[in-house]
Design a protein around this ligand. Structure first.
Ligand code: SDX
Length: 390
């Protein structure tokens, strides 16, 4: 008979691994990359410097940072045959499956950097991914809007090049907007790593079979696509638009959420670990007004978001369940103000998370304790039964 098994829910939250990369205290709302608090990095660092910190464990000297930047620039070109890859997707393809497919395909074009135990090849894969994933992301965007794909301009750094590849046109010069570059750089810093979240755990699990870095990161991109995970930033904007289009009051929408009508959730709220305000959400909220006022974002949607947050933080339903805004609650509004379509929001999350995925994969592959990831289970099915004689 089916065993009625009950077990401590904490069983599901047991530590999956050890790691020296990112520290989170969910009750206190603390997030540190290699010991550095996220608010200090957000204020003083850059996405390239944070990427170096996550991957190599310490802040780079100016010389090291420049060498890191220059080596990334040398790898921005995609193999010409890989560019043809984009023609095989339907025009309305969501860019996330395009991204995961193209990243997986990198292992067919760059077969000289697949050995996870050859340090030089791991370095080569690291720079190829840091350089080419943003280019692939930009090409997926250009494909979706039917515009030509530009070649990278290596006089620009990773973030500048990405902006130009997304918004530049061959027929005219592209003038970088320093405010846009700085705003995107900040958002990429905030997404760079987050310990053993769903997509990072996926990268580590797939990599634990000695799968190469491209294949492991491709799996992480697919996990991030889920609306409960990285897909939430796109879902938040859809939620705000629905409230706006229906002329709903935030209170009415909150009632729907609390009554769990059609399983609706307040997207951008709640977190598996943070049972306090997500420190990243605090930073985004503080800059959202400033960025939106200067970029001319949709203040009405921001006002709806602010009113939803105000109501939720004072509502017993959310307080009892320790539901606070997470990193996804405000980011979509800023991405939209920058000119990105909603389908690109989770792609931007993936670009930010890439150095974290790489750092975690490199840590896992170096860990002598890492055997093939093989989680056990508590069996709750039927007890032994005999096949009926017939
Ligand atoms: C990210 O792990 C990471 O670090 C992820 C991430 C990263 O950087 O990698 O931080 C990025 O994924 C952030 C999360 C983005 N997702 C969303 O915003 C989607 C909406 N959030 C929920 O789906 C939910 O909060 C989760 C999945 C994120 C977390 O779920 P929890 O905290 O484990 O809560 P739960 O599913 O066990 O629910 C507990 C209760 C339930 O109600 P009851 O059954 O007790 O009555 O809280 C309710 C849930 O219904 N609840 C919500 C809610 N989230 C949980 N109710 C309304 N709105 C919500 N958003």
């Amino acid at each position: 008979q089916t065993g009625a098994v009950t077990f401590d829910p904490g069983f599901m939250n047991t530590a999956a691994t050890t790691s020296a990369i990112t520290y989170i205290d969910g009750d206190e709302g603390i997030l540190r990359y290699r010991g550095y608090p996220i608010d200090q990095l957000a204020q003083h660092s850059s996405f390239l410097e944070v990427s170096y910190l996550l991957i190599y464990g310490n802040l780079p000297t100016p010389t090291e940072l420049d060498a890191f930047d220059q080596r990334i620039r040398r790898h921005t070109l995609l193999h010409e045959e890989l560019k043809g890859f984009f023609g095989g997707f339907p025009r309305d393809a969501h860019p996330m499956p395009v991204l995961s497919s193209a990243v997986s395909a990198l292992s067919t074009f760059y077969q000289d950097s697949l050995d996870p135990f050859d340090d030089e090849q791991v370095e080569l894969s690291t720079f190829r991914l840091m350089a080419k994933l943003p280019v692939i992301a930009a090409y997926a965007h250009k494909k979706s809007i039917g515009q030509p794909m530009l070649y990278p301009d290596n006089s620009m750094n990773l973030v500048e090049n990405f902006m130009r590849l997304c918004f530049g046109l061959p027929a005219e010069p592209y003038d970088l907007d320093p405010l846009m570059v700085k705003a995107l750089d900040l958002l990429l810093i905030l997404h760079a790593d987050h310990e053993q979240n769903c997509s990072t755990s996926t990268v580590r699990l797939v990599g634990s079979s000695n799968a190469n870095m491209f294949a492991s990161i491709s799996a992480g991109i697919n996990a991030l696509f889920g609306p409960l995970h990285g897909g939430a930033n796109e879902a938040v904007l859809n939620m705000l638009r629905e409230i706006q289009a229906k002329g709903m009051q935030p209170e009415d929408f909150m009632e729907k959420v609390k009554n769990k009508e059609d399983g609706v959730k307040l997207m951008g709220f709640g977190h598996r670990v943070y049972k306090n305000y997500d420190p990243r959400a605090k930073i985004v909220k503080a800059t959202a007004h400033d960025i939106l006022s200067r970029l001319g974002g949709n203040d009405e949607l921001l006002d709806i978001a602010m009113r939803l947050e105000e109501k939720a933080l004072a509502d017993d339903y959310f307080i009892e369940r320790k539901l606070y805004p997470n990193v996804d609650f405000y980011t979509g509004l800023i991405y939209k103000a920058m000119g990105f379509p909603e389908k690109m929001f989770t792609v931007l999350f993936a670009i930010g998370r890439l150095p974290g995925w790489i750092a975690q994969w490199r840590e896992m592959i170096k860990d002598p304790q890492t055997k093939i990831g093989r989680p056990r289970q508590l069996y709750t099915g039927a007890g032994e039964r005999q096949y009926p004689a017939r």
